[in-house]
Ligand binder design. Structure first.
Ligand code: ADP
Length: 247
């Protein structure tokens, strides 16, 4: 009974957070002066997709986008690794979620040695400079690492193997990454340490409890938007004079 009560309160809270999120997004869009970029990183099967649907689903699709970063295409590999990322930075007035991001360029790239160590080793400073450049140009960056346990990942991967609705999501490559769990841990620890800057700090959210985690992310996004304090533009002082033309 007590548990049900708590769940209900949590739910109400998420609903009111969602209302605030929708309202703040509308003001951001109308104001069209600043943008919010949410960087979402997690290990495989952490449930980024369901989090995005749950927390951001109610937003007006105008002024909102989700960009997934997968293995770079041949075209992308011919450019510097930040090129494809910069192209998808939200314009003024918009919110974008990066479902994976430029941090992949110091995660699998580092673990599997896809570029020489000297090359990925320079990327932490480059990423910090890139993020600083964005924040100095009207883009607020909110970086979230959803931290799931190895046991939770096992559970989720088994579901992908067994549930016909989820089988399409299963990639044998996820098991390779799982085999390198410790290497990915080291790579995550380094980026969390070196790229936790004053202008774009990291937020680590425990990911095993999906309801709590959605709630924590919604709270963070709302708090960030409140700090940005977008305002609906003031109406033209002569707006009422236009009524006459509609009579
Ligand atoms: P997700 O797991 O996010 O739902 P996918 O199943 O399509 O998406 O997996 C995308 C894969 O692409 C991940 O294994 C990720 O590590 C990989 N990836 C993303 N960016 C890069 C990159 N720059 N270099 C190498 N691999 C990358």
């Amino acid at each position: 009974m007590a548990k049900a009560g708590t769940e209900q309160a949590d739910q109400e809270d998420l609903d009111s957070l969602t209302d605030r999120l929708v309202h703040l997004h509308r003001a951001l869009y109308a104001e069209a002066r600043q943008a919010l970029l949410i960087v979402l990183q997690a290990r495989d099967a952490a449930g980024k997709d369901s989090l995005i649907k749950k927390v951001f689903g109610p937003l007006d699709p105008q002024g909102f986008a989700v960009h997934a970063f997968r293995q770079p295409t041949a075209d992308e590999l011919e450019r510097d690794y930040l090129w494809r990322v910069h192209l998808r930075v939200p314009p003024k007035g918009a919110i974008a979620v990066f479902n994976r991001s430029h941090y992949e360029d110091v995660l699998p790239v580092r673990v599997y040695g896809l570029v020489p160590a000297a090359e990925w080793g320079r990327r932490y400073d480059q990423i910090n400079a890139f993020e600083r450049h964005l924040t100095e140009n009207g883009v607020t960056i909110l970086k979230i690492f959803l931290d799931i346990s190895k046991e939770e990942q096992r559970k989720q991967l088994l579901e992908r193997i067994d549930d016909p609705e989820k089988q399409w999501k299963f990639r044998p490559g996820d098991l390779d990454d799982r085999d390198r769990w410790e290497d990915f841990t080291a790579a995550y620890e380094e980026l969390l340490r070196r790229c936790d800057t004053a202008w774009a700090p990291w937020h680590v959210i425990p990911g095993d409890d999906r309801k709590r985690r959605n709630h924590a992310v919604a709270r963070l996004v709302v708090a960030t938007l409140e700090r940005m304090s977008p305002r609906l533009p003031d109406p033209d002082p002569s707006i009422q004079a236009h009524r006459a033309r509609l009579s």
